[in-house]
Design a protein around this ligand. Structure first.
Ligand code: SAM
Length: 311
């Protein structure tokens, strides 16, 4: 069976200008059936369309916002904000001491969805006032909702609709959560190359750890926590699509970036590991980052510490 996520198929945008493109329901259903996923095909077959068979964009947006709201609850339960800050604070310490530049530094969350992490960072001021917080997403409905929530909460952060790599201003640090597994081989390499080719000093991308337990854990977790069949389906499939530490390190090793993984398989408890970050730093930042991490630096390893297996 081909592992496809429904949410990737029911929306389409022009990657350059973010313009929404029509999606025919029958095309999505056929693609899922050809991939052998009858359950997903049935879920999509139940979504509303116009008279021409094009999926109703308002219904799709409403559905994606409600699924992402449930995803946000998972992020809260898994304490993703705290786990991100655990590595980002030492990273910004390394950047401040190495560059000697006073800031402001810009953090860009690629594929921010409802912007939970950016809003959490703004609400807690966990990274300090010299870090500007920006969330970017190709999906106008999700990023629009992120912006609405940030305004309602009076938070000091920004949300932008568009491609994270075509912003007028570059990032100091790129981050993401739950995005990497959406890219397969070539697109994954391009994702990392775009960051290495930019003026950014580092990146930190959290995604599902590819352990044997991940699909079962994801199935139980999403069944217990998500109401809509689409959220349950995509949560389970995303664990099946998760990249191994080796694949991520290989793809992230673009010229001018030192690729590292924090808490790789083998150095972490498989019953507890849900998401772990792949980190990239400009080479002069590695030693200062390790100093700033202190004892935790033992959990930060490069490709030379992992077996050559790929997935
Ligand atoms: C599964 S969602 C993750 C949402 C969010 N990070 C979370 O954890 O709830 C992946 C998002 O990445 C966005 N995306 C993918 N590539 C992007 C790019 N180059 N620039 C901006 N957004 C992108 C998609 O539009 C989609 O909303």
């Amino acid at each position: 069976m081909r592992h496809l996520e429904i949410s990737d198929l029911i929306t389409a945008v022009d990657p350059h200008d973010g313009r929404r493109l029509p999606v025919r329901r029958a095309d999505v259903v056929r693609q899922l059936r050809e991939g052998g996923d009858e359950r997903a095909a049935r879920i999509v077959a139940g979504l509303p369309t116009d008279r021409d068979g094009v999926l109703d964009p308002h219904a799709v947006d409403g559905l994606l916002i409600s699924v992402h709201t449930e995803l946000q609850q998972l992020s809260e339960e898994l304490r993703i904000g705290e786990r991100l800050v655990h590595v980002l604070n030492p990273l910004f310490t390394a950047i401040r001491t190495t560059t000697g530049q006073p800031g402001p530094y810009r953090l860009v969350d690629i594929g921010c969805g409802l912007g939970y992490l950016v809003r959490w960072l703004a609400a807690t001021d966990a990274l300090g006032p010299d870090v500007e917080l920006v969330g970017v997403d190709l999906n106008a409905a999700l990023v629009g909702e992120a912006d609405r929530l940030a305004r309602a909460e009076g938070l000091n952060c920004r949300f932008v609709h568009g491609n994270a790599f075509e912003l007028p201003e570059s990032a100091t640090v790129y981050i993401s959560t739950g995005v990497l597994h959406h890219f397969r081989a070539e697109a994954l390499a391009e994702f990392f190359q775009a960051q290495a080719a930019s003026p950014a000093l580092a990146f930190c991308h959290f995604d599902i750890a590819a352990t044997r337990l991940a699909p079962v854990g994801a199935w139980i977790f999403h069944l217990a926590r998500m109401r809509h069949p689409l959220g349950r389906h995509d949560g389970f499939v995303s664990a099946l699509r998760a990249h191994s530490d080796e694949v991520l390190l290989h793809a992230a090793a673009a010229p001018g970036m030192r690729a590292l993984v924090y808490e790789p398989r083998g150095l972490s408890n498989p019953f507890c590991t849900t998401l772990r970050p792949v980190i990239g730093v400009r080479p002069p930042l590695e030693a200062p980052l390790r100093r700033a991490l202190g004892r935790a630096a033992r959990r930060l390893v490069g490709p030379e510490h992992l077996a050559g297996a790929t997935r």
